[in-house]
Design a protein around this ligand. Structure first.
Ligand code: CTP
Ligand code: MG
Length: 386
C-alpha cells in the first residue's frame, strides 16, 4: 500500500455548543485567522496531501469558503451530518485517495510530525491514530461514591485518525451506528489500530477558555508568514496660532493646524498606513469627521485603535517611516520625541521608527505655508496569512 498520497478529511460541521461564543467555534478567530484555517493550512502545506475535503453544516459551504479566503481553493466542501460520524461518513464516501486522514477542525494545532507518523504507520497497519498516555489519576464518581480507575494502558486518542480508505469504507458499511471517533469504529470492525505519539499541543478546542490557550501556542509556535505594507497621506491647513500637534508631540510655535480633531497630520498618515497594511479601510471610515465624538480629539487614540483592530486581524506593526512636508515649524529638534511617541503607540522599538522632514522649495501649498502634509509607510507582519 502506497501510504504517501492521501485525502485529508476535516470535520467542521459541529455547532460548538460547549465553546459558546455565538458562531460555531471552527469559524472563530484564533491568532488572527479562523480556527478551521489553521488545520487546513497544515494539510495544504503537506506535499503528500492530494486533496482536502471539509465537512460543513448543510448549506454552509459558502460561509466556510469565505472564512478560508485563498485556502478555500484547496478544499472541496461536503455537507456534514447530524453527528460527527455522519459528517465523516459523507466526506470519506467521496475521498479519492488510497489513504484518508480524518481530522477535527477543532484541533488547529495539528503538526506535520503527527501527520507523517500516522502515514508511516499505515505502511503496516490499516488504521493509525495519535495517542497520549493518561498521566493523571482517574476516578469515576458513581452511585457508590468515588471509584478509582487504574490508568495503566489508558490513552487519550487525538486526530488525525488515519486509514486505508477501503478499510474505513468497509467499516462504515458494516456498522451504520454512531461512534465517538473512527478508532472506535475501526475497533468495532476488528481493524488493528497502530498508535503513534500524540502531542499535548494538539488538543481539541472545546471550552471557552481553550481559545486563549490555542492562541498562545499558535502565536509563539507558528512563524510569521507574510510581510505587508500600507501607505498613508494627510494634509491639514496651517493658520496663525500657538502650536501644532505632530506625531503625538506638541510643538509650541506661532502656527495652528486646522481640523476636526487635533489635526495631527503625522499620526493621521501613520494611522492610514497601518489600516492600509491590515486591509482595514481608512481613518475616515473608523472616525468619521461628522461624528462629534472626535471634535478636538487627541489623534493618539485613532492610532491606538488602529493598532488594536490590526492586531485582531493578525497584523502587527514592525516598522514605520514618516515624512513631514512643511516650511515651518522646524521638525528637526522634535524628531527624537516623535520617534519615542510613535514607537510607544505602535508597540515597537524606537529604532524601527523613522521621522523625516522636507520642504518643497517654497513651491505649492506647503511651500507657501498654507498647509502641512504628511506621508507614512507602515510595515506589518501578518500572522498565519493566507
Ligand atoms: N463535527 C462535525 N459534525 C457534527 C458534529 C461535530 O463535523 N455533526 C466536528 C466538529 O466541527 C469538530 C469535531 O467534529 O471539528 C469534534 O467535535 P466537537 O469538539 O464535539 O465539536 P462540536 O460538536 O462542534 O462541539 P460541541 O459538542 O461542544 O457542540
Ligand atoms: Mg460535539
Amino acid at each position: 500500500m502506497n501510504a504517501t498520497s492521501y485525502t485529508a478529511v476535516i470535520v467542521a460541521a459541529g455547532r460548538g455548543e460547549r465553546a459558546g461564543g455565538g458562531e460555531p467555534k471552527q469559524f472563530r478567530p484564533i491568532a488572527g485567522r479562523p480556527m478551521l484555517a489553521w488545520s487546513v493550512q497544515t494539510f495544504a502545506d503537506d506535499p503528500a496531501c492530494a486533496e482536502i475535503i471539509v465537512a460543513v453544516a448543510p448549506g454552509g459551504a459558502m460561509q466556510a469558503a469565505g472564512r478560508l479566503g485563498a485556502l478555500a481553493s484547496r478544499c472541496r466542501f461536503v455537507d456534514g451530518g447530524e453527528t460527527r460520524t455522519g459528517s465523516v461518513r459523507n466526506a470519506v464516501s467521496v475521498a479519492g485517495q488510497p489513504c484518508v486522514l480524518v481530522h477535527d477542525a477543532a484541533r488547529p494545532l495539528v503538526t506535520a510530525a503527527i501527520i507523517t507518523d500516522c502515514l508511516a504507520a499505515l505502511e503496516t497497519a490499516p488504521a493509525a491514530a495519535p495517542a497520549m498516555p493518561v498521566a493523571d489519576a482517574l476516578a469515576r464518581d458513581g452511585a457508590e461514591g468515588l471509584e478509582a480507575i487504574d490508568r495503566t494502558g489508558l490513552y487519550r486518542i487525538q486526530t488525525p485518525q488515519a486509514f486505508h480508505t477501503g478499510a474505513l469504507l468497509s467499516a462504515f458499511a458494516a456498522h451504520p451506528g454512531d461512534f465517538p471517533d473512527e478508532v472506535s469504529l475501526a475497533r468495532a470492525a476488528g481493524l488493528d489500530v497502530a498508535l503513534v505519539p500524540g502531542d499535548e499541543a494538539n488538543f481539541k478546542v472545546t471550552w471557552p477558555e481553550d481559545f486563549e490557550r490555542a492562541e498562545l501556542v499558535l502565536k509563539t509556535s507558528k512563524p510569521l508568514s507574510l510581510t505587508v505594507t500600507g501607505m498613508g497621506y494627510d494634509v491639514h491647513r496651517l493658520v496663525p496660532g500657538d502650536g501644532v500637534h505632530l506625531c503625538g508631540v506638541f510643538i509650541p510655535c506661532d502656527l495652528h493646524l486646522v481640523g476636526h480633531s487635533d489635526a495631527d497630520a503625522g499620526l493621521h498618515a501613520i494611522t492610514d498606513a497601518l489600516l492600509g497594511a491590515a486591509s482595514l479601510g481608512d481613518i475616515g471610515e473608523h472616525f468619521p469627521p461628522s461624528d462629534d465624538r472626535w471634535k478636538g480629539a487627541d489623534s493618539v487614540q485613532f492610532l491606538e485603535h488602529a493598532v488594536r483592530i490590526a492586531a485582531e486581524a493578525g497584523a502587527r506593526p514592525v516598522h514605520c517611516d514618516v515624512t513631514l512636508i512643511c516650511e515651518r515649524p522646524k521638525i528637526g529638534p522634535h524628531k527624537a520625541a516623535m520617534k519615542q511617541r510613535v514607537a510607544g503607540i505602535l508597540g515597537i522599538a524606537e529604532t524601527r521608527v523613522n521621522i523625516k522632514a522636507t520642504t518643497t522649495e517654497k513651491l505649492g501649498f506647503t511651500g507657501r505655508g498654507e498647509g502641512l502634509a504628511a506621508e507614512a509607510v507602515v510595515t506589518c507582519q501578518v500572522q498565519g496569512a493566507t
